[in-house]
Design a protein around this ligand. Structure first.
Ligand SMILES: [Zn+2]
Length: 270
Protein backbone atom coordinates (compact mmCIF):
# COMPACT_ATOMS: atom_id res chain seq x y z
CA UNK A 1 0.00 0.00 0.00
CA UNK A 2 1.22 3.38 -0.92
CA UNK A 3 1.14 5.98 1.78
CA UNK A 4 3.44 8.40 0.08
CA UNK A 5 2.81 12.08 0.32
CA UNK A 6 1.15 12.22 -3.03
CA UNK A 7 -1.59 9.90 -1.89
CA UNK A 8 -2.37 11.56 1.37
CA UNK A 9 -5.65 12.80 0.10
CA UNK A 10 -8.41 12.03 2.51
CA UNK A 11 -11.51 10.25 1.51
CA UNK A 12 -14.55 12.39 1.62
CA UNK A 13 -12.97 15.33 3.33
CA UNK A 14 -15.05 17.75 1.35
CA UNK A 15 -18.23 18.88 3.00
CA UNK A 16 -20.21 17.95 -0.07
CA UNK A 17 -19.74 14.27 0.61
CA UNK A 18 -20.83 14.22 4.20
CA UNK A 19 -24.32 13.00 3.57
CA UNK A 20 -23.56 9.32 3.14
CA UNK A 21 -24.23 7.48 6.29
CA UNK A 22 -24.07 10.61 8.36
CA UNK A 23 -27.61 11.27 9.35
CA UNK A 24 -28.33 8.14 11.28
CA UNK A 25 -26.00 8.88 14.15
CA UNK A 26 -27.06 8.95 17.71
CA UNK A 27 -30.74 9.29 17.09
CA UNK A 28 -33.31 6.63 17.81
CA UNK A 29 -35.14 6.97 14.53
CA UNK A 30 -32.17 6.26 12.34
CA UNK A 31 -33.05 7.16 8.79
CA UNK A 32 -29.76 6.36 7.17
CA UNK A 33 -29.43 4.33 4.04
CA UNK A 34 -31.26 1.04 4.26
CA UNK A 35 -31.19 -2.11 2.29
CA UNK A 36 -34.33 -3.86 1.37
CA UNK A 37 -34.97 -6.76 3.70
CA UNK A 38 -34.86 -9.17 0.80
CA UNK A 39 -31.24 -8.18 0.18
CA UNK A 40 -30.23 -9.79 3.46
CA UNK A 41 -30.04 -13.43 4.31
CA UNK A 42 -32.87 -14.59 6.54
CA UNK A 43 -32.07 -15.02 10.20
CA UNK A 44 -31.29 -18.50 11.22
CA UNK A 45 -30.81 -20.07 14.62
CA UNK A 46 -27.09 -20.38 13.97
CA UNK A 47 -26.85 -16.61 14.24
CA UNK A 48 -27.82 -16.66 17.88
CA UNK A 49 -24.81 -18.72 18.88
CA UNK A 50 -21.63 -16.78 19.56
CA UNK A 51 -18.83 -18.40 17.61
CA UNK A 52 -15.37 -18.49 19.11
CA UNK A 53 -13.59 -15.50 17.58
CA UNK A 54 -10.27 -16.06 15.93
CA UNK A 55 -7.47 -13.56 16.35
CA UNK A 56 -7.19 -10.93 13.66
CA UNK A 57 -4.35 -11.75 11.26
CA UNK A 58 -1.30 -9.58 10.96
CA UNK A 59 -2.19 -5.95 10.69
CA UNK A 60 -0.31 -4.09 7.97
CA UNK A 61 1.69 -1.35 9.66
CA UNK A 62 1.04 2.13 8.43
CA UNK A 63 3.33 5.08 8.12
CA UNK A 64 1.51 7.71 10.11
CA UNK A 65 0.47 10.81 8.23
CA UNK A 66 0.15 14.28 9.72
CA UNK A 67 -3.35 14.94 11.02
CA UNK A 68 -4.94 17.25 8.47
CA UNK A 69 -6.54 20.48 9.69
CA UNK A 70 -10.28 20.67 10.17
CA UNK A 71 -12.96 18.02 10.08
CA UNK A 72 -11.88 14.46 9.36
CA UNK A 73 -14.31 11.98 7.84
CA UNK A 74 -12.02 9.34 6.35
CA UNK A 75 -8.62 7.70 6.49
CA UNK A 76 -5.89 8.35 3.92
CA UNK A 77 -6.59 6.79 0.54
CA UNK A 78 -5.08 3.35 0.31
CA UNK A 79 -5.42 2.51 4.01
CA UNK A 80 -6.02 -1.26 3.99
CA UNK A 81 -8.67 -1.24 6.69
CA UNK A 82 -11.18 0.78 8.62
CA UNK A 83 -11.36 2.93 11.72
CA UNK A 84 -14.17 1.29 13.71
CA UNK A 85 -15.54 3.93 16.04
CA UNK A 86 -18.13 3.36 18.76
CA UNK A 87 -20.16 6.06 20.47
CA UNK A 88 -22.29 6.80 23.52
CA UNK A 89 -22.41 3.78 25.88
CA UNK A 90 -26.09 3.83 26.78
CA UNK A 91 -25.93 0.08 27.43
CA UNK A 92 -23.43 -1.24 29.91
CA UNK A 93 -23.92 -4.72 28.48
CA UNK A 94 -22.91 -3.55 25.02
CA UNK A 95 -19.85 -1.68 26.28
CA UNK A 96 -18.79 -4.81 28.17
CA UNK A 97 -19.36 -6.95 25.07
CA UNK A 98 -17.25 -4.60 22.97
CA UNK A 99 -14.43 -4.69 25.52
CA UNK A 100 -14.43 -8.50 25.64
CA UNK A 101 -14.68 -8.66 21.86
CA UNK A 102 -11.65 -6.40 21.53
CA UNK A 103 -9.66 -8.45 24.04
CA UNK A 104 -10.55 -11.74 22.34
CA UNK A 105 -10.05 -10.70 18.73
CA UNK A 106 -7.43 -7.96 18.81
CA UNK A 107 -9.82 -5.66 16.97
CA UNK A 108 -8.67 -2.05 17.25
CA UNK A 109 -11.41 0.37 18.24
CA UNK A 110 -11.90 4.03 19.02
CA UNK A 111 -14.63 4.77 21.56
CA UNK A 112 -16.24 8.20 21.71
CA UNK A 113 -17.23 8.31 25.33
CA UNK A 114 -20.06 10.14 27.08
CA UNK A 115 -18.84 10.22 30.67
CA UNK A 116 -22.37 10.56 32.00
CA UNK A 117 -23.00 6.94 31.02
CA UNK A 118 -22.20 4.55 33.91
CA UNK A 119 -21.04 1.89 31.42
CA UNK A 120 -17.60 3.50 31.10
CA UNK A 121 -16.97 3.43 34.82
CA UNK A 122 -18.48 -0.02 35.25
CA UNK A 123 -16.17 -1.50 32.62
CA UNK A 124 -13.13 0.68 33.29
CA UNK A 125 -11.11 -2.24 34.64
CA UNK A 126 -11.78 -4.26 31.49
CA UNK A 127 -11.00 -1.35 29.19
CA UNK A 128 -7.98 0.12 30.94
CA UNK A 129 -5.36 -2.41 29.72
CA UNK A 130 -6.71 -2.17 26.17
CA UNK A 131 -6.45 1.60 26.35
CA UNK A 132 -2.97 1.43 27.88
CA UNK A 133 -1.71 -0.81 25.06
CA UNK A 134 -3.14 1.49 22.40
CA UNK A 135 -5.47 -1.17 21.01
CA UNK A 136 -8.41 0.95 22.14
CA UNK A 137 -8.37 4.71 21.79
CA UNK A 138 -10.73 7.09 23.55
CA UNK A 139 -12.17 10.25 22.05
CA UNK A 140 -14.45 12.93 23.47
CA UNK A 141 -18.16 12.74 22.64
CA UNK A 142 -19.12 15.41 25.23
CA UNK A 143 -20.25 14.77 28.78
CA UNK A 144 -23.96 14.18 28.15
CA UNK A 145 -24.59 14.38 24.42
CA UNK A 146 -26.18 17.77 23.71
CA UNK A 147 -26.42 19.29 20.24
CA UNK A 148 -23.43 21.61 20.46
CA UNK A 149 -24.83 23.96 17.86
CA UNK A 150 -27.56 24.90 20.34
CA UNK A 151 -25.12 25.76 23.15
CA UNK A 152 -23.10 28.90 23.81
CA UNK A 153 -19.32 28.79 23.56
CA UNK A 154 -18.80 28.36 27.29
CA UNK A 155 -21.28 25.49 27.48
CA UNK A 156 -19.61 23.78 24.52
CA UNK A 157 -16.30 24.04 26.32
CA UNK A 158 -17.77 22.84 29.61
CA UNK A 159 -19.16 19.74 27.87
CA UNK A 160 -15.76 18.90 26.43
CA UNK A 161 -13.61 19.74 29.45
CA UNK A 162 -15.82 17.88 31.93
CA UNK A 163 -15.72 14.79 29.74
CA UNK A 164 -12.01 15.27 29.14
CA UNK A 165 -11.39 15.20 32.89
CA UNK A 166 -13.52 12.07 33.23
CA UNK A 167 -11.53 10.24 30.56
CA UNK A 168 -8.21 11.40 31.99
CA UNK A 169 -9.13 10.44 35.54
CA UNK A 170 -10.70 7.09 34.65
CA UNK A 171 -8.33 5.84 31.97
CA UNK A 172 -5.20 7.97 32.31
CA UNK A 173 -5.19 9.15 28.71
CA UNK A 174 -5.58 12.44 26.90
CA UNK A 175 -8.45 12.27 24.40
CA UNK A 176 -7.38 15.44 22.57
CA UNK A 177 -7.52 16.45 19.78
CA UNK A 178 -10.45 14.28 18.71
CA UNK A 179 -14.03 15.12 19.48
CA UNK A 180 -17.17 13.79 17.88
CA UNK A 181 -20.03 16.26 17.99
CA UNK A 182 -23.26 14.51 19.07
CA UNK A 183 -25.56 13.88 16.09
CA UNK A 184 -22.71 15.17 13.91
CA UNK A 185 -23.94 18.70 14.61
CA UNK A 186 -21.18 21.26 14.47
CA UNK A 187 -20.32 24.49 12.71
CA UNK A 188 -17.43 26.92 12.49
CA UNK A 189 -18.34 28.56 15.81
CA UNK A 190 -18.56 25.25 17.67
CA UNK A 191 -15.27 24.17 16.13
CA UNK A 192 -13.57 27.38 17.29
CA UNK A 193 -14.89 26.99 20.82
CA UNK A 194 -13.76 23.36 20.92
CA UNK A 195 -10.35 24.20 19.49
CA UNK A 196 -9.82 26.79 22.23
CA UNK A 197 -9.86 23.95 24.80
CA UNK A 198 -7.65 21.67 22.71
CA UNK A 199 -10.23 19.76 20.70
CA UNK A 200 -9.07 20.78 17.26
CA UNK A 201 -10.34 17.83 15.22
CA UNK A 202 -14.05 17.17 14.72
CA UNK A 203 -13.97 13.47 13.85
CA UNK A 204 -16.95 12.44 11.78
CA UNK A 205 -17.46 9.32 9.69
CA UNK A 206 -18.22 7.88 6.29
CA UNK A 207 -20.55 4.99 6.93
CA UNK A 208 -22.69 3.87 9.82
CA UNK A 209 -23.87 0.66 11.43
CA UNK A 210 -27.05 2.65 12.21
CA UNK A 211 -27.32 1.05 15.62
CA UNK A 212 -27.89 4.18 17.68
CA UNK A 213 -31.46 2.89 17.70
CA UNK A 214 -32.61 -0.63 18.50
CA UNK A 215 -32.13 -2.66 15.32
CA UNK A 216 -31.34 -6.32 14.73
CA UNK A 217 -27.96 -7.96 14.21
CA UNK A 218 -29.03 -8.82 10.67
CA UNK A 219 -29.72 -5.17 9.94
CA UNK A 220 -26.40 -4.12 11.46
CA UNK A 221 -24.58 -6.63 9.30
CA UNK A 222 -26.35 -5.24 6.25
CA UNK A 223 -25.01 -1.78 7.00
CA UNK A 224 -21.54 -3.22 7.61
CA UNK A 225 -21.63 -4.96 4.24
CA UNK A 226 -22.25 -1.55 2.73
CA UNK A 227 -19.74 0.50 4.71
CA UNK A 228 -16.85 -1.76 5.76
CA UNK A 229 -14.60 -0.63 2.91
CA UNK A 230 -10.93 0.39 2.85
CA UNK A 231 -10.14 3.78 4.41
CA UNK A 232 -13.62 4.29 5.82
CA UNK A 233 -14.31 5.65 9.28
CA UNK A 234 -17.39 3.74 10.41
CA UNK A 235 -19.61 4.74 13.33
CA UNK A 236 -21.33 2.29 15.63
CA UNK A 237 -23.05 2.66 19.01
CA UNK A 238 -22.87 0.81 22.30
CA UNK A 239 -26.54 1.34 22.99
CA UNK A 240 -28.71 -1.68 22.14
CA UNK A 241 -28.41 -5.47 22.40
CA UNK A 242 -28.59 -6.17 18.65
CA UNK A 243 -25.01 -4.93 18.49
CA UNK A 244 -23.79 -7.70 20.81
CA UNK A 245 -25.00 -10.47 18.53
CA UNK A 246 -23.57 -8.62 15.52
CA UNK A 247 -20.00 -8.35 16.82
CA UNK A 248 -18.63 -11.78 15.82
CA UNK A 249 -20.32 -11.47 12.45
CA UNK A 250 -18.79 -8.05 11.90
CA UNK A 251 -15.40 -9.53 12.74
CA UNK A 252 -15.96 -12.33 10.23
CA UNK A 253 -16.88 -9.78 7.57
CA UNK A 254 -13.61 -7.89 8.15
CA UNK A 255 -11.69 -11.13 7.77
CA UNK A 256 -13.56 -12.11 4.62
CA UNK A 257 -12.69 -8.75 3.10
CA UNK A 258 -9.11 -8.72 4.35
CA UNK A 259 -9.68 -5.46 6.18
CA UNK A 260 -7.59 -4.51 9.19
CA UNK A 261 -8.77 -2.20 11.97
CA UNK A 262 -6.95 0.95 13.02
CA UNK A 263 -7.32 3.47 15.77
CA UNK A 264 -6.96 7.12 14.85
CA UNK A 265 -3.54 7.14 16.48
CA UNK A 266 -2.49 4.21 14.27
CA UNK A 267 -3.13 6.38 11.23
CA UNK A 268 -2.54 10.00 12.18
CA UNK A 269 0.40 11.57 13.96
CA UNK A 270 -0.88 13.94 16.63
ZN1 LIG B 1 -23.67 9.90 20.10
Amino acid sequence: MDHSTTRRTLLASATGTLAAGLLAACSPGSDGPRRSPSARPPSSPTHTATPTPTPTPTRPTLTKVPLPPGTVTGLPEGTPGIAWTVDDGASSDVVGAYARFAAETGTRLTFFVNGVRPAWTEHADLLRPLVASGQVQLGNHTWDHPALTKLGDQAVQDQLTRNHAFIQDTFGVDAKPYFRPPFGYHDARVDRAAAAVGYTTPLLWYGTLADSGDITADQILGFAEQWFQPAHIVIGHANHPGTIEALPRLHALLEQRGLATYTLDDVFAR
